[in-house]
Ligand binder design. Structure first.
Ligand code: HEM
Length: 337
């Protein structure tokens, strides 16, 4: 009897510890473990993802491109100090906003949608869901709502109290990158060639400004000639939206065949000389490692692309998160508390 009592007591205690640990990792016994995990808000804000999806559905129905903008926001967040929502911080006395970095200025968008999600989450579960997790949930939701794959999303990121304009300028790959340059910048984040090619598949949705691909049309190698890998008809079409002088803010789809549908056409277009950015094209022709084979494999098999995209998104979402007692949960994503 006494034994049964002890055993029962142990069971109760163990299950209590498990529950508390889930909501507040680090409060359980043993060494604290602060990894990300999908059930992070299971008790503290079970409706978090529903709220995110509700706002996303409305925003994307109003403007389908918003899905692309939100996916990119998570990428530009994670490549600078890790996935810590540093990109959302506005200029202030102590913050030089990453929004003014070269890859972001005049280009990165979606902040108002994140604000709306945050406001709704603050109403439902005050100071619980971090802005960094909102970015990750918005990226996944945007992929799904565009017809792409879903995945189990590890959560539990905290928000940074700092931003880095210079890291943003240095770590986010520019569109005229060589393949070696892309590989190096991804390696810096613990991502490999497979991640590089799969995540570039994010360019299956969204648009780019003329300024980001003009060089390919008029002066690819400093000899006043176009990039010879560009297919002729496609090249002529691009010239009509992107003239030699001016028009820098005119936009063209990254995947002109299905610009708001998340599919593998992006990879097929690259094979046909119809990839928009130099960084897209060099995945096929850059002649380093196995990226050419990967482009071909993803062009041939959409399921393979979807599977690898989800794996690589989880990997990217896991770059250097602040967890446990590091960082904070901002009340307003634009400012530190
Ligand atoms: C491999 C290196 C990459 C380079 C060089 C690159 C570069 C660019 C550039 C130049 C633009 C257009 C920006 C503008 O004209 O304002 C763009 C747009 C975009 N990028 Fe990337 N990108 C890369 C990787 C990624 C990754 C990893 C993702 C996500 C997984 C991504 C998602 C997007 C999306 C969705 C857009 C369209 C955004 C919109 O329409 O608002 N990119 N990218």
């Amino acid at each position: 009897m006494a034994f049964l009592k002890v055993a029962f007591g142990f069971l109760i205690t163990a299950s209590l510890i498990a529950t508390v640990s889930l909501a507040h990792p680090g409060l359980g016994f043993g060494a604290p473990s602060y990894g990300l995990f999908p059930q992070f808000y299971q008790f503290s804000c079970p409706q978090a993802d529903d709220i995110v999806m509700l706002v996303l559905k409305k925003a994307i129905a109003k403007e389908p491109r918003m899905a692309a903008s939100l996916l990119r926001l998570h990428f530009h967040d994670c490549f600078v100090q890790g996935c810590d929502a540093s990109i959302l911080l506005d200029d202030s006395a102590t913050i030089a906003s990453e929004k003014n970095a070269l890859p972001n200025r005049n280009s990165i968008r979606g902040f108002e949608v994140i604000d709306e999600i945050k406001a709704k989450l603050e109403e439902a579960c005050p100071q619980t869901v971090s802005c960094a997790d909102i970015l990750a949930m918005a990226a996944r939701g945007s992929t799904v709502l565009s017809g792409g794959p879903s995945w189990e999303l590890p959560l539990g990121r905290k928000d940074s109290k700092i931003a880095s304009l210079s890291t943003s300028n240095n770590n986010i790959p520019p569109p005229n990158s060589t393949l070696q340059n892309l590989i190096t910048l991804f390696q810096r984040q613990g991502l490999d060639e497979v991640d590089l090619v799969a995540l570039s598949g994010g360019h299956t949705i969204g648009v780019a400004r003329c300024a980001t691909f003009k060089k390919r049309l008029y002066n690819q190698n400093g000899n006043n000639l176009p990039d010879e890998t560009l297919e002729r008809t496609y090249y002529n079409g691009l010239k009509s939206v992107c003239s030699k002088s001016g028009g820098d803010n005119n936009i063209s789809p990254l995947d002109f065949g299905s610009p708001v549908k998340f599919d593998n056409l992006y990879f097929k277009l690259i094979l046909w000389g119809k990839g928009l950015l130099n960084s897209d094209e060099v995945l096929l022709t850059g002649n380093v490692g196995n990226t050419m084979e990967l482009v071909k494999a993803f062009a041939e098999d959409e399921n393979l692309f979807f599977k690898q995209f989800t794996t690589s998104m989880i990997k990217m979402g896991n770059i250097n998160p602040l967890t446990g007692f590091n960082g904070e949960v901002r009340k307003n994503c634009r400012y530190v508390n």
